[in-house]
Design a binder for this molecule. Structure first.
Ligand SMILES: C[S@@+](CC[C@H](N)C(=O)[O-])C[C@H]1O[C@@H](n2cnc3c(N)ncnc32)[C@H](O)[C@@H]1O
Length: 196
């Protein structure tokens, strides 16, 4: 087996059926999507939920951007996207959302985006450096990238290594939000003034 670099170490993708265990009413209490994202997402914004799973946070994003906004829900697994779209339709929010399949090493985002959420997904990507480079490219100069990783699964050292890769891609820390059971960071582009 070839040696793997820090940015391309082995990864495990959450199977679609496991989403039933964490996207439920308890999660909605512990991680209320609207309240968690409301400080950063305003009506009319273009936003993305990368690795959307069953759409826990996509639903909150769709409510927050309002009818003039746009939400891209991106995932590797079609079953995740289908479930997310079914929930959006049921809630009458499908008109402002789009589900987009991606490849493990390429998100294929269509920007510019005002806000990107990466909830519990960076540790599953085979190329976090590429992930941060692509998200940096897709943001508006003042855009934000919210990374959260499960604390029980991603140790502090691994999270810090991810942040180092984000810094290499041109991100700097904007804020350290807190959320139960998650390691969280809000990132902004370090050269945002030059880009605007
Ligand atoms: C642990 S789940 C989290 C789902 C959701 N963000 C949440 O917090 O409820 C991780 C999700 O990321 C997706 N995923 C894994 N690797 C990915 C990649 N390289 N690009 C996009 N999505 C990916 C998986 O298919 C899965 O839906």
């Amino acid at each position: 087996m070839p040696p793997q670099s820090q940015s391309k170490k082995s990864h495990h993708v959450c199977p679609w059926w496991l989403a039933y265990t964490f996207d439920n009413s308890l999660r909605r209490m512990v991680h209320p999507a609207d309240k968690t994202l409301a400080p950063y997402v305003r009506p009319g914004m273009s936003v993305a939920d990368i690795g959307c799973g069953f759409g826990h946070f996509t639903m909150g994003l769709a409510r927050l951007v309002g009818p003039q906004g746009r939400v891209l829900a991106v995932d590797l697994q079609q079953k995740m996207l289908d479930k997310t779209m079914a929930r959006l339709r049921k809630a009458g929010l499908a008109d402002r959302a789009e589900t987009t399949p991606c490849r493990a090493e390429r998100l294929g985002l269509s920007g510019p985006l005002d806000f990107i959420l990466a909830a519990n997904v960076v540790h599953e990507t085979p190329d976090p450096a590429g992930f941060f480079a692509e998200t940096a490219e897709s943001l508006t100069p003042t855009g934000l990238l919210y990374v959260m990783e499960p604390s029980f699964h991603v140790p502090e050292t691994q999270f810090q290594a991810e942040l180092d890769l984000a810094a290499d891609a041109g991100f700097e820390i904007a804020e350290r939000p807190t959320l139960t059971g998650e390691r969280c960071i809000m990132l902004q582009l370090a050269n945002r003034k030059a880009r605007s």
